[in-house]
Design a binder for this molecule. Structure first.
Ligand code: ADP
Ligand code: MG
Length: 321
C-alpha cells in the first residue's frame, strides 16, 4: 500500500495477473473484501485448475448437461450469443485450441498443422447447448472445452465496480490485469482517471500515451502480453477461430472504452478480428463505444473520442483520429 496525494493503492496477484485497487480512503479491510470477491468469481470461471463450474461443464463434454449457478449461466449465454454472430472473431468454444498452444503457460512451439486441423471441429459454438429452464450447459462432443478467458476479467471488474458502489464508494479504480474499471473521477482531477496505454514490446513503464476517462472501463488486448517467438514471428494468445492460429493482421493492440468492462472484453476481441478499417466503420455506428487501434507500422488510430481524451506521449508514433 502506498499513499500519494490521498490515493491508497492495494495490490495482489489474481487470475495469473497483477490486480490493483485504488481508493481514496485508508481501508485495507475493504480492499481485502474486493480481493476475496475476485477470488470467489475466479473459482467459478477458471479453466486453469481442475475444478470450477466451467471445468465441470468441460469434464462432462460428450456425456451430459451440467447445471451451473446463475452468474455462470448468464455469462455463458452472453459468450454463446457473441460467438455465434456471423463472422465473429470471438469463440468461447476455442478451449481445445487454447490448451494445445498453451500460450502464457510454457507453450513455446507452433503445434503441428494436423493437430490444429483435428481440433478445429471441436470448437463449434453451435454445439454448445444451453437450457435456460435447467440452467444447464451441454457440450455435444467429447473433447470440447469452453474458455471464458477473454471475458471473465471484464465481467469480474464490473462486479467489483457494482459491489464498491453498493458500499458507498464513489471514486475508485480497479485494474484486473489490463481490464480497468473506474468509479467517478479522482478528487481534484475532474478531467478523469489517467490510464496509460503501453508501448508494445517495450518495458512496462514505456507509454504511447495516456487515456483520460471518467466512470468508464478501459480494456486493452494486445499481442505483446502473452506470446512466444519462433521462425521470426510472434505467436500470441488471441486466436482466429476460423484457422486455429493467432489472429494475424496489422494490429498490435486494441483498446476499448465503454461503460461495461464485459463489453470492453467482447469488443476488443471482435475489433481485433475486424482490423482497423472495418473496425472504425463499425464503431461509427456505435454511440457508446470508443476504441484505439495500435498498428505494426507505428500508428495510433483513435475512433472519434466521445468518451475519452488521448494525450500522446511518444511522437515517433503517428496519431490519427
Ligand atoms: P488477456 O488475458 O491478456 O487480457 P484477452 O482478454 O485478450 O487477454 O483474452 C485472451 C484469452 O481469451 C486467451 O488466453 C484465451 O483464453 C481466450 N481466447 C483466445 N482467442 C479467443 C477467441 N478468438 N475468442 C474467445 N476467446 C479467445
Ligand atoms: Mg479480453
Amino acid at each position: 500500500m502506498a499513499n500519494e496525494a490521498g490515493v491508497y493503492s492495494y495490490s495482489a496477484v489474481q487470475m495469473g495477473s497483477p490486480v490493483l485497487l485504488k481508493l481514496f480512503e485508508n481501508n485495507a479491510a475493504l480492499a481485502q473484501q474486493v480481493f476475496r470477491l475476485i477470488a470467489q468469481q475466479e473459482n467459478l470461471f477458471t479453466v486453469n485448475r481442475v475444478q470450477s463450474e466451467v471445468m465441470a461443464i468441460n469434464h462432462a463434454a460428450g456425456e451430459r448437461p451440467v447445471a451451473v449457478s446463475p452468474a455462470v449461466f448468464n455469462l455463458i449465454q452472453v459468450a454463446h450469443t457473441v460467438s455465434t454472430l456471423p463472422d465473429s472473431a470471438f469463440n468461447f468454444a476455442i478451449g481445445p485450441i487454447v490448451k494445445r498452444w498453451k500460450i502464457g503457460f510454457q507453450g513455446n512451439s507452433v503445434p503441428a498443422a494436423a493437430d490444429i486441423t483435428a481440433l478445429l471441429p471441436l470448437t463449434n459454438p453451435h454445439q454448445v447447448v444451453l437450457d435456460a429452464a435447467a440452467q444447464s450447459v451441454y457440450l455435444l462432443q467429447r473433447g470440447m472445452e469452453i474458455d471464458l478467458g477473454a471475458i471473465a476479467k471484464g465481467y469480474i471488474a464490473d462486479r467489483v465496480q457494482q459491489w464498491l458502489r453498493q458500499q458507498g464508494v464513489t471514486q475508485a479504480l480497479i485494474n484486473l490485469g489490463g481490464n480497468v474499471q473506474t468509479l467517478g473521477a479522482p478528487p481534484h482531477e475532474p478531467q478523469g482517471w489517467q490510464i496509460g496505454l503501453k508501448k508494445p514490446f517495450a518495458d512496462d513503464n514505456a507509454l504511447l500515451g495516456v487515456i483520460e476517462v471518467r466512470e468508464k472501463s478501459v480494456v486493452t488486448s494486445g499481442i505483446y502480453e502473452r506470446y512466444f517467438e519462433q521462425q521470426g514471428r510472434c505467436w500470441h494468445h488471441i486466436f482466429d477461430p476460423r484457422t486455429g492460429y493467432p489472429l494475424d493482421n496489422e494490429l498490435l493492440s486494441v483498446t476499448v472504452i465503454s461503460d461495461r468492462s464485459l463489453d470492453g472484453d467482447i469488443y476488443t476481441t471482435l475489433l481485433y478480428g475486424m482490423g482497423t478499417e472495418q473496425g472504425l466503420n463499425w464503431l461509427a455506428s456505435q454511440s457508446d463505444i470508443d476504441a484505439i487501434f495500435v498498428t505494426r507500422d507505428r500508428q495510433i488510430v483513435c475512433s472519434s473520442p466521445r468518451h475519452y481524451r488521448f494525450r500522446p506521449a511518444d511522437t515517433t508514433w503517428k496519431l490519427h483520429y
